[in-house]
Design a binder for this molecule. Sequence first.
Ligand code: AP5
Length: 220
Amino acid sequence: MPELNLVLLGPPGSGKGTQGERLNADLHLPYYATGDILRGAVRDQTALGKSAKEYMDRGDLVPDELIVGIIAERIDSEEARQGFILDGFPRTTPQAEALDAKLGELGREVSSVLLIDVSDDEVVRRLGGRRTCEAEGHVYHVEFNPPKVEGVCDIDGSPLIVRDDDKPDVIRKRLATYHEKTEPLVAYYDAKGVLERVDGAREPSEVTDELRGILAAVGS
Ligand code: AP5
């Protein structure tokens, strides 16, 4: 299989994590979700976690310099030689430029950017009902994707929690942050000819099928 360097782009709650898990199972590529990495650091009370927490809790992005090095290191690792799936990175133009620079150093480039498009109203509806596995970040929704046993992760049996940033006022702030800081990346990647838009306001399995179709074409 040719190298596949993938970026999942989209507003909070668009389904990046949901689809990322499925693509990860299909493609067996390392999956780097910066939100999960940062929440892990907060949980473990590392220096990164202590710096990141206040930004995350109010729905702001953490500063670029806190996250760029972490991703650069993973992309340059042995496990990512055949490619990777990025979820939540890049999120600003400087992050996208840093990703290009790192890949350029390695003689590589972004293969495809999958934009999962949903409206702000749908985001608010989804994040209000999201439940997240405390141990590994597996994602559920009380209505659209419930676990088999209420409050318990199907995959690893750990408790399902409401994320600190899934409160209504923080959700609105995260959406505003997305429109201001991350949405410009749509034009950035469109200009490079690697952007694919997918309507995310459908059943999760329909979205997955479309993503698989796109990736089959990219990988052939
Ligand atoms: P992060 O964890 O990346 O949050 P996010 O981008 O806001 O994305 P979410 O995890 O909220 O949503 P998602 O798109 O993965 O949707 P999901 O699949 O869960 O980042 C958190 C914070 O970390 C940021 O605010 C920032 O502070 C910081 N951060 C992270 N990366 C950073 C970076 N690069 N630079 C700076 N700061 C950074 O789905 C949502 C819900 O909808 C679930 O309940 C799911 O079950 C349900 N659902 C999914 N698909 C469907 C569907 N098709 N139909 C119905 N329901 C669905």
